[in-house]
Design a protein around this ligand. Structure first.
Ligand code: FE2
Ligand code: FE2
Length: 315
């Protein structure tokens, strides 16, 4: 199998200049401005609910604080429990015919990036805690629904290759779509600078990881037989949908902890509003990968499900 790759060679060669881990860390407490919201209200499911204007401002402020903590924690957990192990799997097995190649070096670099991203988000959350007199433990904030969906999908598969491909599909969906989420947070001019800056710094790395993950997915895809390819495409469509959805289970808990009156009912009603169900709307990265995989499979899968088409030859 071809072990050279122009895209990955370029990314591998400039990692030491572009990676967040190679930059100086800013003084984070200088990035906290009292009075600003901790998370964009436009990214909450409540934004689409007509009852938002009736929510007590103190409770809403606490909900945005909790949503900011959840943003940092969820990013850390997804990278630690889904992305990191998949990168290790790639290094241990999928790249076994590519010793010393840019496939290995770029995935190792991305794995280092992810470790640093978890530290960046940890430090940003710690800065939020230092600057607010709201005492919330990490364990009070629910894990992202993506963790349960990934675990349940893996546990439902009887074969090791199926479990591996579930994890690769979830990692691919995350790595290609997370920058669209980070951009939404990193470009909001009104929220706390510490969260905005962390998202923006993270986003720059993830733009490169999207390219790495596209190449990784294609590299593995070429090793699969038709049954395995069909299975992977089905999981990729599912994982993409899961990652793009608003996390209503987390929002039930946030509304409860924040003391929003009738919070559970409000969140349940948000789930009935079609525009409130999606957190990420930019499917361009997944659509591009889907088209590339479809070409490798001689048009077997058709248009990307992100474009509204059926999932394809799934089983
Ligand atoms: Fe990351
Ligand atoms: Fe990443």
């Amino acid at each position: 199998m071809e072990a050279e790759n122009a895209v990955l060679s370029r990314l591998s060669g400039n990692w030491h200049r572009r990676a967040a881990v190679r930059r100086d860390e800013p003084p984070l407490d200088a990035f906290y401005e009292v009075g600003r919201p901790d998370y964009p209200v436009a990214l909450t499911p409540l934004h689409r609910h007509p009852g938002l204007s009736g929510v007590d401002p103190v409770a809403l402020d606490k909900a945005l604080y909790l949503a900011g903590l959840a943003f940092h924690r969820h990013t850390m957990v997804i990278e630690q429990h889904i992305v990191g192990p998949t990168f290790q799997r790639a290094l241990d097995d999928w790249f076994r015919d590519a010793d010393g190649s840019v496939f290995q070096s770029t995935v190792l670099q991305a794995a280092v990036d992810e470790q640093y991203h978890t530290l960046m988000h940890f430090n940003a959350a710690a800065t939020m805690r230092r600057n607010r007199a709201l005492h919330v433990r990490d364990s009070d904030i629910p894990l992202p629904h993506l963790i349960a969906r990934h675990r349940d999908r893996r546990e439902a598969q009887p074969l090791a290759w199926q479990r591996d491909l579930v994890s690769l599909a979830f990692t691919t969906a995350v790595e290609i779509s997370i920058d669209a989420y980070l951009v939404l947070v990193g470009r909001d001019p009104d929220i706390q600078p510490v969260t905005r800056a962390t998202a923006a710094l993270h986003w720059r790395d993830e733009k490169c990881h999207a390219a790495v993950s596209e190449e990784l997915a294609q590299y593995v895809f070429l090793q699969l037989d038709e049954t395995q390819r069909d299975f992977f495409m089905e999981q990729l469509a599912y994982a993409t949908r899961c990652f793009a959805e608003q996390d209503f289970s987390a929002w039930h808990r946030i509304a409860e902890l924040a003391g929003i009156r009738d919070g559970r009912r409000l969140i349940d009603e948000c789930a009935e509003i079609p525009e409130a169900r999606h957190l990420i709307r930019d499917n361009s990265g997944i659509n591009r990968l889907w088209a590339a995989l479809d070409r490798l499979a001689d048009g077997r899968y058709g248009a990307s499900p992100g474009a509204g088409a059926p999932v394809g030859a799934s089983r």
